[in-house]
Design a protein around this ligand. Sequence first.
Ligand SMILES: [Zn+2]
Length: 427
Amino acid sequence: MTTKEEYAATAKAAMLKPESEWTLQDKVAMAMDTSSIDRKMDEMDKLFKDMQHALADNLGGMFEVVHISKVDKEKVLIKEPTMSGIVDMIRSGKCKKVSFLNGAGISVPVGIPDFRSKGGFYATLKPEDLTATPSQREAIKADPTYVLSRKLFLVNQLPYLEQSRPFILGTYEKLWKPSLFHFLLRLFADHQMLGHVFTQNIDGLDYSTGITATNITSVHGTMTSVECEGCGNKIDNKKFYEHVKANVRNIYGESQPPGSDESQPMECPKCKRGLCKPSIVMFGSDMPTAFTEQSRRSNLIDVDLLIVAGTSLAVAPANGVVNKVTGHCARLICNRESVGHDLGIVYGDDAIRDVWREGNCDLAALELVTKLGWLDELRQYKTQMCDASQLLLDQKQTLTTPKTKQIEQNKTKQNKTKQTQQNKTNK
Ligand SMILES: [Zn+2]
């Protein structure tokens, strides 16, 4: 009997000989050898899939179509769309790659002053405090986000630099530490399961957890690096920090270190324009090309679980990531509200692969970590976390120590005794 492998070997050897020397055995082997055909079929299959993805990407980009990925029930790894289902899926070993789409909600415990909400910096921003012309002040009054626009920055850099001074100084001084949720990324990296992290946050805290920087795409840029808005030249962080500290006015009162009486922008050593600023995306700027590249369907094809955390999924193109994963990828949404209905995320009885973990992101991460049995690993990073997250972890510790359990048990006993006594009195 001749096996498939023997036919393949004979056929391969025959191909090296001139046709005139082929024996009958060679010819039979070549006719019977299917390995090259199988390989070709696989290649064509892959090529076809790549073409489909490329087409979908391009169409989506051209027409801004929201692609809602079709659920492939057969391939869905998650057995039931609950937190336990997520945990079972991760523990089964079948879940190889976990990716993230993060928003402002994951940085709430960190305590960075909020830009956009009511009572945040925009709401309390006084245009008259900024170094600007009367017409620029009027425009800022009408729309406080104008401070963050490229249009204004190109003609007057000072409103942005003055408004952002505490964030620029605080970021360089590492004033803010990552939350407990940030370390969930680290744990998945430690377990060799971390895929890609798309973060809409500019605070750079995703990078502070020690995970490889190439695993992260900052969709809206980051405060942790500095560049020239005019020519893209990279600027030394320390030099920029020292410039802003010494040459930009402090408009925030005694809570901030004193600056100069008159603000000056920092000149770019390359193009000699005063356009140095943190590498964040301003309103009216192009999105970083890294996002377009990393969020291609072909790059997300092997993601088994997408964790979407602390984002309202209202801002494009970042929100498109939820539909760039395949139709069988499970999606865990950690948020106070059930978001993304318009993007095809399905909750409740009809859910197949989508899970909503209601509440704040740190609590969601803590629940996941506990159920996965990774709590001790998480505790190793405790001192690197922000105060609020450390406190949460301490409370968790108290809740699980045997002493507390004893107290709980005693309380239950006491309650039972009380109830029995009450029952007796009632009788
Ligand atoms: Zn420049």
